[in-house]
Design a protein around this ligand. Structure first.
Ligand code: UDP
Length: 239
């Protein structure tokens, strides 16, 4: 057994999209399924909170000329599509029991999120995929990832980013000399205004002392290595 027995993995929608940044790339989907399966196959109780930014984001509401709350509902549906694709890919890999639970009821193809039921699935060795975010508009899947991590009393939240392998002191895409932090406190990140995830989610994680690992979704073996005790990417803690 490695360092963590129970984790939430947050997969951003972009991790499903590959270089295009939007839509779904089957090769990325297959890679994500391999990574999640390898964590679960090591005996780690594994929940995935699935984002949907590759399909739609509520903050596009203004430019699309639609109401924000309506746009957020569409965004939440995108997370459900990604979760069903991930279940399909995991099942194709031979993972026997993968449950999709949604924050918004969709009972023809997923279970409603009930904390104690999710907890029971995990204790019975099932992979749990959470979709629909919090079920509420004006927040993001990041917030859902932190909230569900706390509800399920996980050892750590693993935040898989696309195209960046941790938290930097400036944007590494525009600043070639940007420095990656190996460790960081939530307070330092907030004071230095480094953008890790949505601020409301970040503040909740700090308040509740959640341990967060930020790493590159594309790096093979990263999730499993973090669970086993290696600090890949950046570790964010309350102190
Ligand atoms: N969303 C929402 N409430 C939630 C989670 C998500 O309204 O609790 C909507 C929001 O519009 C968001 C979209 O779903 O833009 C897709 O989720 P998100 O952008 O957080 O996904 P990610 O950035 O992880 O790909």
């Amino acid at each position: 057994m490695g360092r963590y027995a129970r984790v939430v993995v947050k997969l951003s929608g972009e991790a499903f999209a590959g270089a295009a940044g939007a839509g779904t790339d089957p090769a990325c989907l297959a890679h994500l399924a391999d990574e999640v399966a390898s964590v679960h196959d090591r005996g780690v109780q594994t929940t995935v909170v699935v984002g949907g930014g590759n399909l739609f984001r509520g903050r596009l509401a203004g430019s699309w000329g639609i109401d924000r709350a309506e746009a957020d509902d569409i965004g939440m549906l995108g997370t459900v599509m990604n979760a069903l694709m991930l279940r399909g890919a995991l099942t194709a890999r031979g993972e026997p029991d993968v449950r999709v639970m949604t924050a918004v009821p969709m009972q023809s193809f997923a279970e409603p999120f009930i904390r104690l039921r999710a907890d029971r699935h995990l204790r019975r060795g099932r992979i749990v995929l959470l979709a629909g975010g919090t079920g509420q508009p004006y927040v993001t899947a990041d917030y859902a990832a932190v909230q569900r991590s706390l509800e399920l009393s996980v050892d750590a939240l693993l935040v898989a980013k696309r195209g960046v392998d941790g938290v930097y002191d400036s944007d590494p895409k525009t600043h070639p000399d940007a420095k990656r932090y190996a460790r960081l406190t939530y307070r330092e990140a907030l004071e230095r205004r480094v953008k890790v995830m949505d601020t409301a989610a970040f503040v909740l994680a700090e308040e509740q002392g959640l341990v967060m690992h930020v790493f590159d979704a594309a790096r093979p073996g990263a999730m499993a290595a973090i669970c086993e005790g290696r600090d890949i990417g950046t570790v964010v803690t309350a102190d």
